[in-house]
Design a protein. Structure first.
Length: 521
């Protein structure tokens, strides 16, 4: 049994080489007939050295971005949208409460179908929160380098070139920006989708199904990528597997958008249908019909200057290499189209989670393109060298990493003396009390049934699918506000804390205010 396990592990990790037609498979000179490696040979082998280099790169990424994101949360660099939404939703699930997310004004599963986050519930029993979500996201995204390395080993028949492609993935500006911008389950789609393609190339259909299922459970958007993955497999000759994969993607999309979200949302369609696609219709079917019947409008949108910039920033870091494997790049085409026709500017900006699926397609196509164009070893080395160089330059110019030009522009929150004032204010809020707080304070108060981003619950803002069913102001027992950012809501604040008003100020230091409810209103 032990010998079988070792044999499976060796076949799983050893690159697949393809001998010329009719030629016998040559023996691996590094593996003795017994299948066992001598201890020194094992640690000195190029395979092990390559794997250790990959592990070092992944560990470095986790250390750098794990530290940065941990400090981002600690230094009040996250907001109610979207860190607070996910943290409160998972906390409510962990306490077996109705998961109505008061940061967003929606049931947690009416917001998005992020079933994967149910796996985090046990950690919330142990006290997990935003720091945990950030760390999980960082580790999960970093592990995407592993399937890229495995696929490149098979495709390029090399031990060290795959390390270069894995490094390019970890240097990719969009990946690092997504890691920066709070926690989003979209980012968790990348790694299982990468694994799914590699497993398909090895015809490991059982594990392929697991990878596809994990990707689908991250968010309903993954269904579009899975359907496209099935089409890509069919184009590559895997018709049965491709058809089943495509059906799984379409089936999950319909289940999520036509059943799960409407049931959780009292019968309403996903909130983003009207919000993201103005001018294309009020339902998914209407949007699809308009896209087909009005192709001019579609092409007008996808060729706007900001969209062209978006495509350029996705492809330049990999030297436009994915374009040589269009059928693989197809996996990200539905999401790219959705991002491009959306009226929401963040969807076609590489810094946000909407590009997660596109990243997976870009790197799968990059590896396949290197294999397709690199008929000779020298050419493969040249192509991978070009990609690594492009990734490094793009990282410096566009990324939020410590070597990037954006690093010291204020995107990463740093410790400030005033933060101690905010922490002192937070200590005055009882556990379980309903709170309305300034946007950057919200993620530090989300483990409660009622937490609102001011001016909610008095002025419904970014609430519900269409602003319906406004929240009840009586459920807010405390205000925790940075009055310096009240803006147009300053008059509301002054009315709430005025003499005879519903709240009395119990803490006011450097503009950070805590007020306790003393009367209805």
């Amino acid at each position: 049994m032990l010998t079988r396990s070792r044999s499976f592990a060796q076949s799983f990790l050893r690159p697949r080489t393809r001998p010329r037609s009719g030629a016998p498979t040559p023996p691996d000179p590094e593996v003795p007939p017994s299948g066992e490696l001598e201890p020194r040979a094992r640690w000195a082998s190029p395979d092990t050295a390559s794997a250790l280099a990959l592990a070092a790169l992944i560990a470095l990424y986790i250390f750098v971005f794990g530290t940065l994101t941990w400090m981002q949360q600690s230094n009040f660099g996250t907001f109610g949208f979207d860190m607070g939404i996910y943290d409160q939703g998972i906390w409510l699930l962990s306490r077996f409460k109705v998961p109505f997310d008061t940061v967003r004004g929606l049931n947690y599963f009416a917001h998005h179908v992020n079933v994967i986050t149910l796996a985090f519930v046990p950690f919330y029993w142990l006290g997990a929160g935003p720091h945990f979500l950030y760390l999980i996201e960082t580790i999960w995204m970093a592990l995407g380098a592993l399937p890229i390395w495995l696929l490149a080993r098979d495709r390029l028949d090399s031990r060290w070139l795959p390390v270069g492609l894995a490094a390019s993935y970890l240097l990719y500006p969009s990946l690092e920006w997504i890691n920066w911008w709070h926690f989003h389950p979209d980012a968790l789609i990348i790694t299982p989708l990468l694994f799914a393609w590699w497993l398909a190339t090895r015809a490991r259909w059982g594990w392929f199904s697991v990878a596809v299922a994990v990707a689908l459970l991250c968010k309903e958007d993954a269904a579009l990528a899975v359907a496209a993955l099935g089409l890509a497999l069919a184009i590559r000759g895997r018709r049965r597997a491709g058809a089943l994969t495509c059906l799984a993607g379409v089936g999950w999309f319909l289940l999520a958008t036509k059943a799960i979200i409407p049931i959780a949302n009292g019968g309403s369609s996903p909130f983003y249908v009207k919000e993201l696609f103005p001018g294309f219709g009020d339902s998914l079917s209407a949007i699809a019909i308009n896209l087909i019947t009005h192709p001019g409008k579609f092409f007008s949108l996808v060729t706007q200057p900001d969209r062209l910039t978006y495509y350029r920033e996705l492809l330049v870091p990999v030297a436009f290499m994915p374009l040589a494997a269009i059928e693989v790049l197809l996996i990200g085409l539905p999401q790219t189209a959705v991002n491009s026709i959306s009226g929401h500017a963040l969807t076609h900006d590489i810094r946000y989670h909407y590009s997660s699926i596109v990243i997976a397609a870009v790197f799968l196509a990059t590896v396949e393109s290197c294999a397709r164009l690199g008929g000779r070893v020298a050419v493969r080395r040249l192509l991978v060298g070009l990609i690594v160089a492009s990734s490094l330059v793009a990282n410096v110019v566009w990324s939020p990493s410590p070597i990037g030009t954006h690093y010291r522009t204020g995107i990463w929150a740093v410790a400030q003396p005033r933060h101690e004032v905010v922490r002192d204010a937070l200590k005055l809020v009882p556990a379980g009390a309903g709170v309305s707080a300034t946007y950057y304070v919200v993620p530090h108060l989300t483990h409660r049934v009622h937490i609102y981003e001011f001016p909610n619950p008095w002025v419904p803002t970014n609430w519900g699918a269409n602003g319906e069913d406004p929240p009840n102001p009586e459920t807010a027992d405390y205000l925790v506000l940075d009055t310096g950012v009240n803006g147009s809501q300053q008059s509301l604040y002054e009315r709430l804390v005025a003499t005879g008003g519903p709240f009395r100020i119990i803490y006011n230091v450097e503009g950070i205010v805590v007020a306790r409810r003393v009367a209805p209103g």
